[in-house]
Ligand binder design. Structure first.
Ligand SMILES: Cc1ncc(COP(=O)(O)O)c(C=O)c1O
Length: 390
């Protein structure tokens, strides 16, 4: 008998933790000891959820909205999102194709579970959002990591897909803007990738969670290219609702029943209070607050990007959006994990090492999140300067 050995399924050996969580834990420990820490590792807006959304949540609670909603979500919320696609992008997305989920995380889980048989492969960009490969692993699929660099704005394109695609590949996954690089996929590239994937009988899955946070241009949803693309989105980032756990998945017409059946089984419904609160997200007053916050993120990027470049970090592509800068730190270290640790221990600046986003040149890169005030960013830059020049 192995009474003390828990039985854990084999797949768990492939599920990696975020290294940044260890760094964050250490940062909190140092803070508890009285050290001042500048947090540039955290992947969520520092702003509290906009007041009209909070008020709508409180009202929903007082009105007794404490039961399940239908699995695919409140009809009014699905209609509001459909209206948002029309108003913001000029694209018709019928509400019946919009499935409300517990965060983009729930949407990713649905999409990969619907599309992947055991042994099927999905092409992903490295660097990229690490959870994707774990979602694929959970359904016994395989990931094909395609190495991307500044020459393609750290994004996949049709040529890379063609080089990566194998007989058992069923899907390609992209995020636009990307985490960790903040770069968008150009519309022509999206179209070319869609053509390629369609030609192979595969499916494109596009994560647009950072779409609201684009700074110099209006990003266009991949749904303007075709309506047979799976789109993942969320109230977490642009709408500032990370803790409410609410997102959505847009599925092509033929997948509505599958998504509904699967969601019934794995989460029944997304959080009811969050759904009622999110109805207020599309009101003009809320939108005005969200736009103001987007402008503030842009100002932070416009401060931090040149400041880091001046210190010697190589950031060859100006990120279009999200709130991240993916910076080459080889001028200072050949081991970005050690560099992130040293920065935290010695000058109290917390950043994310490249290893959290894949393998490709991970030791050369770190991610800076500008999810803190310009004042804090300035202090962070001063400390990094002291560290790299001292
Ligand atoms: C690219 C990307 N997709 C999905 C998620 C999951 O977001 P949530 O489940 O909070 O909507 C994140 C969170 O950081 C992300 O960066």
């Amino acid at each position: 008998m192995h009474e003390n050995t828990p039985h854990i399924a084999d797949r768990m050996a492939d599920i990696q933790p975020f290294h940044v969580m260890a760094l964050l834990g250490r940062a909190r420990e140092l803070e508890a000891q009285g050290r001042s820490i500048i947090h540039m590792e955290i992947g969520e807006p520092d702003f509290v959820t906009a007041q009209p959304i909070i008020d709508a949540g409180i009202q929903a609670l007082q009105d007794g909205h404490t039961h399940y909603t239908s699995t695919t979500g409140l009809p009014d919320l699905r209609e509001a999102i459909s209206g948002f696609y029309k108003q913001r992008y000029g694209v018709d997305v019928p509400a019946r194709r919009i499935i409300i989920t517990p965060g983009a995380s729930g949407a990713l889980q649905l999409a990969f579970s619907i599309l992947i048989n055991p042994g099927d492969a999905v092409v992903l960009a490295d660097p990229g959002y690490p959870c994707n490969r774990h979602f694929v692993r959970l359904v016994e699929g395989q990931t094909l990591s395609a190495q991307v660099d500044a020459t393609t704005h750290y994004q996949l394109n049709a040529d890379i897909l063609a080089q990566s695609w194998t007989d058992n590949t069923v899907a390609a996954m992209l995020a636009s803007p990307s985490n960790p690089t903040g770069t968008l996929v150009a519309e022509d590239d999206m179209r070319a990738m869609h053509n390629y994937v369609q030609g192979q009988g595969g499916t494109l899955v596009v994560d647009e969670i950072y779409h609201g946070l684009v700074y110099d241009k209006q990003a266009q949803t991949a749904l303007s290219v075709a309506d047979d693309i799976f789109i993942v989105n969320s109230f977490s980032k642009y709408f500032g609702m990370t803790g409410w756990r609410l997102g959505w998945l847009v599925v092509p017409e033929g997948y509505i029943d599958a998504a509904d059946r699967l969601a019934q089984n794995i989460f029944l419904a997304a959080p009811t209070l969050a759904q009622h609160a999110a109805l207020a997200a599309f009101e003009p007053d809320t939108m005005a607050i969200l736009e103001q916050r987007r402008v503030e993120f842009a100002q932070r990027r416009d401060y931090l990007l040149p400041a880091l470049r001046e210190l010697g970090f190589d950031i060859p592509v100006t990120p279009d959006g999200a709130f991240y800068l993916y910076a080459n730190c080889t001028k200072f270290s050949s081991d970005s994990y050690q560099f992130a640790n040293d920065l935290l221990e010695q000058v109290g600046v917390s950043i994310t090492p490249g290893i959290d986003f894949g393998d490709y040149r991970a030791a050369d890169y770190v991610r800076f999140a500008y999810t803190t005030s310009i004042e804090n960013l300035k202090e962070g830059v001063a400390r990094i300067k002291a560290f790299v020049q001292g």
